[in-house]
Design a binder for this molecule. Structure first.
Ligand code: ADP
Length: 302
């Protein structure tokens, strides 16, 4: 079952054009939507989760018209928002059972089985009787996944999930999403490049409401082969380098500034070739050196 998004636009009442002609085709698997803060990621996620309507455009999941038939979509949707409240005094197993009742998972025995399976799948079985108020960020996120998975969704929307997770929790959480991707469309938004590079089979980069690049991480990285050059510069020399060369990123490494430059040939003797990674793909896209999306200046809303 594919998710097809066509020419979706959304302008808020304050005039902000949050989505400007977004089109994406997403197959089962883990799909990453990468972009800086304010790019429009949550706006797209909320629209897909039927929490707000697009102004124009269409969204289909298989034969479900998401805009016209939100109830049909909701029956097969799992949504994990950035922030969600839990009842701190409830235990994981009791609250999950409660949500299962609300979701209409019928029959006491069947419900018990579903709840227990989800607690094991999200690695919360051993802490199922603990109060949610004492859970770590990662445990809370995994509980959120368990809730979102009630009813076996075909579409799972996950909005900026890894902020605030420690590295171990983050890896466990992303592995869990990747498992889900084996059977469902899992659409993950993030501003963290590594979230995408580690697990996503397809990805898009969004900025100012527009899709600038849709690709798979491996071929995007291959496409930059031989075009990224690095040079160590002093902080005071950086402005001059930025004037003379297309610097795509700078990074502090052991107290020194390492600049990455985009160029077809070696820009000068002080530069050495650098094996590109997804961070280079991201910065080169943001800088306009690569991309397959339409790029327009922000318009003025009526
Ligand atoms: P992201 O999730 O990528 O950080 P958002 O979708 O939250 O981006 O925001 C995109 C743009 O829309 C931003 O400029 C933001 O300030 C604006 N925005 C988001 N939600 C609303 C809203 N409800 N009303 C008005 N403007 C909004």
């Amino acid at each position: 079952m594919d998710l097809r998004i066509r020419d979706v636009t959304k302008t808020y009442s304050n005039g902000v054009e949050a989505l400007r002609g977004v089109s994406l085709s997403i197959s089962p698997g883990l799909y990453g939507l990468l972009g800086p803060n304010g790019a429009g990621k949550s706006s797209l996620m909320r629209t897909l989760a039927t929490l707000q309507l697009p102004d124009t455009g269409s969204i289909h999941l298989g034969d479900i018209d998401v805009v016209a038939e939100p109830d049909r979509l909701r029956r097969t949707l799992g949504y994990l928002p950035q922030e969600f409240g839990v009842y701190p005094k409830a235990s994981a197993i009791d609250l999950l059972d409660h949500f299962a009742v609300l979701k209409g998972v019928g029959g006491r025995a069947a419900r018990k089985e579903v709840v227990e399976t989800l607690l094991r799948q999200t690695n919360l079985w051993d802490v199922r009787k603990q109060k949610l108020g004492g859970f770590s960020g990662g445990m809370r996120q995994r509980f959120g996944v368990a809730v979102a998975l009630l009813g076996s969704p075909k579409l799972m929307i996950v909005d900026e999930p890894t902020a605030g997770l420690d590295p171990g929790e983050r890896v466990r959480f992303l592995n869990l999403l990747s498992e889900l991707g084996e059977t469902s469309v899992v659409f993950l938004s993030t501003h963290i490049v590594e979230d995408v590079s580690e697990l996503c089979t397809r990805m898009a980069i969004i900025d100012r409401g527009q899709i600038l690049l849709e690709t798979d991480p491996t071929s995007a990285i291959d496409g930059l082969s031989g075009k990224i050059w690095r040079r160590v510069v002093s902080k005071s020399d950086l402005p001059a380098l930025e004037q003379s060369h297309p610097v795509v990123s700078t990074k502090l490494l052991g107290g020194r500034t390492v600049a990455h430059v985009y160029a077809d040939t070696r820009p000068g003797p002080d530069f050495e070739a650098s094996a590109p990674d997804l961070e280079d793909v991201y910065f080169c896209t943001m800088a306009g050196h690569i991309g397959n999306g339409v790029r327009e200046e922000a318009g003025v809303a009526p």
